[in-house]
Design a binder for this molecule. Sequence first.
Ligand SMILES: [Zn+2]
Length: 384
Amino acid sequence: MPADPVAIARDLIRCRSVTPDEGGALAYLQDFLARAGFEVHRAIFAEPGTAPVDNLYARIGTSRPDLLFAGHTDVVPPGNEGAWSHPPFAGEIAGERLYGRGAVDMKGGIACFVTAALDYLAANGGKPKGSISLLITGDEESVAVNGTVKLLKWAAERGESFDHCILGEPSNVEVLGDTIKAGRRGSLNGTLIVTGRQGHVAYPERADNPIRGLMSLIAALQAPLDEGSEHFSPSHLEFTSVDVGNTTVNLIPGEARARFNIRYNDRHSQTALKTLIEQRAKAAAAGRVRYSIEWQPSNADVFITKPGPFTELAVAAIAEITGRQPKLSTSGGTSDARFIKDYCPVLEFGLVGQTMHQTDECAPVQDLRTLTAIYRRIIEKYFG
Ligand SMILES: [Zn+2]
């Protein structure tokens, strides 16, 4: 019997794989892929301070080229389950939509590329003309340290190599076929700390209130960073928290802190961006404000997958199936593509992202079938 993306997506939704729990989702895929002739491996990675996470790598074929499909089976928590009109782990179909946590992000996408691969194999005597690999992690929605980044390294150490990758994250904005993600902005977190001198609020002349200095530095750091680039919107710095931790009404605090995040484009490297921010803070402080900036380590560097034959192939497949010309976008948050790009060119294409992480997350049944047809066409063209 041919594989059915709706049935696979439903079965995966029924696995309660709230990050970082495996929830039976990888075991289900392992069984399914092994029966289709894939060589399947499971790899558990751990690190002090983080939960151990289960991952899956599967491959069929030994020759090049190798087309990699990547994704994650972990999902964000459902929130208040009573607020869902269909239980989040039931996989119910209503009004031609499949409901459940992960329906679009991204158990639905996995179901579609697994079905497409199996269908291609069935039509080609069970063997691809090159190789098809699947890299599925259980650590994308959380800290993303025991997932794709380690699984890629593990695979490379085994001698695996990939030529091109499709990451099945929900990339489309309004309708299936409108958007491919061909790069992502970088993300960097920092904390601005201004030091003053604590004192009684009735005697401000004996104290030095750090809030004043913090305000002037915050204003300076909010100046535009650039005007965007060929493939990216302007970089942006946003303050996310301002804290003095003061619970008293008659005390001038001794220290004030502000946390910020920068989403940056390909006009900056991480190092150059840090230098730019530090220069702006120094100029605004003008020798009068005592401050420091603490940077958090970041593994989310900016990248772009330059247009070329692989992108053209994907665009053509999407156009043939949907009649739409997808836009190449670099918007949105980070994804595991930031790790994959170090091994091979990667494009992100999956379902429509509108309900991801929301109550009543759902995917139209027709979208699951159409996405499967698109992936099938991509595989056909790739090995054609
Ligand atoms: Zn996702």
